[in-house]
Design a protein around this ligand. Sequence first.
Ligand SMILES: [Zn+2]
Length: 93
Amino acid sequence: MSPVTVKIKEKRPGQRACGEKDEKGELCCGHLKRWYTPSEDVAKEFGKNVEIYRCERCRTLYRPAPGDRSTAGQKYEPRPVNVLGAFVRTDHE
Ligand SMILES: [Zn+2]
């Protein structure tokens, strides 16, 4: 077994575009998408249920900065609504 080293960057709060620079020093600016199906290596390194984002262009991996509440598309996630029409919290963590 060789040690697995997965390169992952820390996403700034609210960051949605990739800040990785190419050889010419130009920003990638690729869209950071939530990566729901991490590879085995990544799952092993960071756990299966961690929030990981991946750049659509250069595939750089990002994890949210600690305490960043602006990630995970929380604003856009459909939430179940109970009979009273109130939002039901589903994030029991
Ligand atoms: Zn990128």
